[in-house]
Ligand binder design. Structure first.
Ligand code: NI
Length: 174
């Protein structure tokens, strides 16, 4: 397994639509495992393939509480089958928007169909933080970030700060 560099906003690669995987084979499984290792290292509770530069419909999540047994999900080609009418607000963050958070409203529950790491079709009824996290990661596959759900004013403020931070981090030529 390997820890992959995470792309941070603003970056055009985070705005692209990801392509479905034809099959979950050894290379997709390796990507899933590397993404999980990258996510745990960050640390985070979810990661989408476009955030590590792979434009594929692959996400990983683990919303287990600190100290509890890990509950990793390796998900390819997720399809939302149903969302609840009831919605919920979470203060979301994102590994591609480090140290910025905002309240985002989403459906409280979702039903999902996807391919697991064995290329088997599975269905999942997610609630609570897991439902929010899965929707946030699926958004990444459409090129959507959590800041696209908030006011334009707050979004531009966050992106301006991240742009400034990036300029400061430009490495000097050796
Ligand atoms: Ni994110």
């Amino acid at each position: 397994m390997a820890i992959l560099p995470i792309i941070t906003a603003p970056d055009p690669r985070l705005a692209k639509k990801a392509k479905p995987v034809a099959k979950v084979d050894a290379s997709v499984r390796k990507l899933m495992d590397d993404m999980l290792e990258t996510m745990y290292d960050a640390p985070g509770i979810g990661l989408a393939a476009p955030q590590v530069g792979a434009l594929l419909r692959v996400i990983v999540v683990d919303c287990a509480k600190d100290g509890d047994k890990p509950e990793p999900y390796r998900i390819a080609n997720p399809e939302i089958l149903w969302t609840s009418d009831e919605s919920v607000t979470y203060n979301e963050g994102c590994l591609s928007l480090p140290e910025h958070y905002a309240d985002v409203v989403r459906p409280a529950e979702v039903k999902l169909r996807y391919l697991d790491e064995q290329n088997e079709i599975r269905e999942l009824h997610a609630k609570g933080l897991l439902a929010t996290c899965i929707q946030h990661e699926i958004d990444h596959l459409e090129g959507t970030l959590f800041v696209d759900h908030i006011s334009a004013l707050k979004r531009s403020m966050i992106l301006r700060k991240l742009t400034k931070l990036k300029r400061q981090q430009v490495p000097t030529p050796a």
